[in-house]
Design a protein around this ligand. Structure first.
Ligand code: AMP
Ligand code: MG
Length: 401
């Protein structure tokens, strides 16, 4: 059997993993549940926005012709508010209608004078200056009935949810979130809250990964951490492949004697690649366990987190067709030197300052891949290419966290 691709570029790792996407289904939800969900169909507006010509200001609706004689005195004939109306008032020559923002334009009016440009006395209004053309919001000027306001794949951000409501939708057809197993492995791991024996540490990766999964719009299923043994791993992987759409493991994918995730995937699973040119984060593997896609993430806390960001998150976006959240990549000037590597994309944890001299990047922390504090306190990761110098003063790409 040919051995799976080994120590490959991030791009190649993405290409391979994108060939094994999970089955996606849809569900209908209400607007109240729409935050961070992903639309599964194009949404055509059910109405014009706005549905009628209306005033953009509190003030007076008038005939432009009358306003152009300003200063001019007009008779106030009506008040019109933003509300449902059966009879739209009409104004005639030398008449004005007081109007609130969002109220429909009375018949015969074609101009709005803001309240600040008016003097009101004895049922009359003096217009102090002629109207300008831009205080009327025209029917359909934002979106016309039948226009596609949002496309399938749109991630429902707060403003997009408001747009759905504006277009008249009460319920939305969205992608059903994936259930993602998180299995951390290691004899040394104890749950926070338990007391530690010498040699043990608190299991932390599964909690951070669960949060990353939620932020991606999916549902984490966190397992108790598993001992380094083939039997315990097999049993939990079987359970996960039956109850989840995707499996994330952490730990046990390196070359060590107790790296049983790699061993069990080699012997009984189906590895599609192993090791990626990322630093930190070079050990991951990707494959199938009982046909369920599995990301074998590294055990080191920074590594498991960054591999999720660089590999699993784009895979989840591909699987669901989600258009975001896209990585926020900007340029920054190095204020400390960074160590690059000769073959890996190097992801140093950086503090970013936005200054008048530009965007400045500092590396204030020790960069061990076991140091989760270095990530928790960072604003960005460097995207330092192989052999890039990383000298002070260099402009590099960074990905905001
Ligand atoms: P491994 O890849 O299993 O050799 O783990 C690499 C390093 O990460 C070791 O120091 C482990 O103790 C640590 N580690 C593994 N899994 C976790 C976890 N879930 N939480 C915190 N640290 C971990
Ligand atoms: Mg381990």
């Amino acid at each position: 059997m040919p051995s799976p691709p080994y120590f490959i570029d991030l791009e190649e790792a993405r290409e391979i993993s994108h060939q094994y996407l999970p089955k996606i289904s849809e569900e209908i939800i209400s607007l109240d549940e729409a935050s961070n969900r992903i639309l599964s169909e194009d949404l055509e507006s059910l109405v014009d926005d706005p549905p009628f010509d209306n005033s953009a200001m509190d003030g007076f609706a008038v005939r432009y012709e009358d306003s152009s004689k300003a200063p001019v005195i007009l008779k106030i004939t009506q008040n019109i508010q933003a509300q449902g109306l059966t009879n739209l008032p009409t104004i005639m020559e030398n008449e004005a209608c007081s109007i609130t923002t969002g109220a429909p334009m009375p018949k015969g009016s074609d101009a709005i004078i803001p309240i600040e440009k008016c003097q009101i006395e004895n049922g009359q209004v003096t217009l102090l200056e002629p109207s300008k053309p831009n205080f009327i919001r025209k029917r359909g000027e934002n979106i016309t009935k039948g226009d596609v306001g949002l496309c399938a794949g749109a991630r429902l951000t707060p403003s997009r949810i408001s747009l759905c409501a504006t277009m008249g939708y009460q319920n939305l057809k969205v992608i059903k979130p994936l259930t993602i197993a998180i299995i951390s492995t290691g004899n040394e791991l104890k749950a926070p809250g338990e007391s530690l024996e010498f040699g043990e540490i608190y299991e932390s990766n599964s909690f951070g990964l669960a949060s990353l999964i939620k932020l991606s719009g999916h549902i984490p299923k966190r397992y108790e951490s598993v001992m380094d043994s083939m039997d315990s791993l097999r049993s939990v992987l079987n359970d996960a492949s039956q109850s989840c759409d995707v499996i994330l493991t952490s730990g046990g994918v390196s070359m060590g004697e107790y790296d049983y995730v790699r061993k069990i995937m080699e012997d009984e699973g189906d590895i599609k690649f192993w090791r990626v040119k990322l630093r930190p984060g070079s050990p991951p593997l990707f494959g199938l366990w009982n046909n369920t896609p599995l990301f074998g993430l590294p055990g080191n806390p920074v590594s498991s987190h960054v591999v999720f960001l660089m590999l699993t998150k784009p895979w989840l976006m591909k699987a669901t067709g989600a258009d975001g959240p896209i990585p926020k990549i900007i340029h920054a000037k190095l204020m400390d030197s960074l160590k690059s590597t000769k073959d890996c994309l190097t992801l140093r944890r950086l503090e970013i300052k936005f200054t008048q001299q530009g965007v400045l990047a500092y590396q204030p922390r020790h960069q061990g891949s076991g140091n989760i504090e270095s990530l928790a306190s960072a604003d960005a990761l460097s995207l330092l290419k192989p052999n890039q110098s990383g000298e002070i003063g260099e402009e590099i790409e960074v990905m905001l966290l």
